[in-house]
Design a protein around this ligand. Structure first.
Ligand code: FAD
Length: 347
């Protein structure tokens, strides 16, 4: 090594960032910014006061340019909106998005890139990180400065504090339930942030060749989205079959709640797996979480233990769910749910 002593090497370990600049990868639907993406903005804000936050939106058509981009530009914490308008981004596929993030990073040199830890962020951010040759930090629930983050491990049974020692950009997915969105203040900003179009002239076709969009299926339902609902009613294997599970749906309807399910209920075919709550399902933290016929396995608790008030009904007094429940009722759900349905007024 002595022979190299006159050379200076560029360390991959960054010095403290002199100025913070964060790119938030955002999702939008019919012109509306998704609340998870707004949580990512909240997370970006908590990186440091001097952080300048840009939002990257991609898609095509007027709902992107006129509605989503406009809403982003009016957000009080966003200082720049970048728009990639092309039918290449019609669907949120990881390959073109990763390439887009690389393109935008080359120009913007952001210190941080953040996406919410939903199916969009989990799909896109790791691939973008691989393209940029950095290691992402996933599922962050707390920022302790610009390079130290808290994230759950062992299905949420322990919290781990990690320090990012890689090069720029530091790429993070965040749990949106840990960064609640402040009350709406859009449109109140006197000077909306500039909306800049991303120059896609160097965007090669090879970037999108590896995957093809086939289709999209989702439950056609009026119910609130499971990830953001204020109240969630969850059913477990104790419901016994899909027909009985309809009681859970009826109760959710009366409460204006989202429906959740355990993996056992999903595996048994009572409901589709998009309703699964837990380590390998959705992470929820509603105001009120009602669990019927749910034992409370750690993998399930990993997805709901941060709920503000947990109510559990189980016929087994020793069921572990009672250890996390604020209110527990030892009883038969086939008696309790019909009684609740009778008592709650029709919506
Ligand atoms: P059970 O454990 O069978 O519990 C049913 C409960 O219903 C019992 O407590 C019983 O007393 C009660 N009951 C029965 N009849 C009645 C009645 N008439 N009235 C009242 N109570 C009644 N699980 C998840 O939920 N989400 C995940 O994301 C998840 N990820 C996993 C990942 C891995 C790698 C692994 C290994 C497992 C995962 N699991 C997950 C599965 C998890 O370990 C449990 O098997 C599952 O959560 C159990 O679901 P359950 O509570 O519905 O069923």
């Amino acid at each position: 090594l002595g022979t190299f002593k006159n050379y200076s090497f560029t360390s991959r370990i960054p010095r403290a960032y002199r100025s913070l600049s964060t790119l938030v990868l955002a999702e939008h639907d019919s012109g509306l910014l998704k609340s998870q993406s707004l949580s990512a903005v909240e997370a970006a804000k908590s990186l440091g006061e001097d952080n300048s936050v840009s939002m990257l939106l991609a898609g095509s058509g007027p709902s992107l340019q006129e509605a989503a981009a406009h809403a982003a530009s009016c957000h009080p914490s966003i200082s720049q909106v970048l728009v990639a308008d092309s039918d290449k981004f019609m669907y949120p596929r990881a390959e073109p998005w990763a390439k887009l993030v690389q393109l935008v990073q080359q120009k913007g040199g952001y210190s941080h890139i953040i996406a919410a830890s939903g199916s969009f962020g989990k799909n896109i951010l790791p691939r973008a990180a691989a393209v940029l040759d950095v290691s992402p930090v996933t599922d962050v629930i707390e920022m302790s400065g610009s390079q130290i983050f808290v994230r759950p491990i062992y299905a949420g049974n322990a919290l781990c504090t990690v320090r990012y020692t890689g090069s720029n950009p530091c790429m993070l997915t965040i749990r949106s339930t840990s960064f609640p969105v402040a009350s709406k203040s859009a449109d109140s900003k006197p000077n909306p942030a500039p909306i800049d179009q991303v120059d896609l002239s160097t965007f090669g076709e090879d970037a999108i060749a590896q995957s093809r969009y086939i289709g999209h299926t989702s439950q056609d339902t009026e119910r609130p989205d499971l990830g953001n609902a204020r109240v969630v009613v969850t059913g477990g294997r104790g419901l016994k079959n899909a027909e009985n599970f309809k009681m859970i749906e009826k109760l959710a309807e009366k409460l204006g709640a989202a429906v959740g399910a355990t993996r056992a209920a999903v595996d048994a075919g009572f409901v589709p797996n998009e309703l699964q709550v837990g380590q390998t399902g959705k992470i929820v933290a509603p105001e009120l979480y009602l669990a019927f016929g749910v034992s409370g396995a750690i993998q399930h608790l990993a997805g709901m233990r941060d709920s503000k008030v947990i109510v559990a009904v189980n016929k087994d007094a020793d069921a572990p769910i009672f250890q996390v429940a604020d209110y527990g009722l030892v009883g038969d759900l086939f008696e309790v749910i019909p009684e609740l349905l009778e008592k709650f007024p029709e919506k």
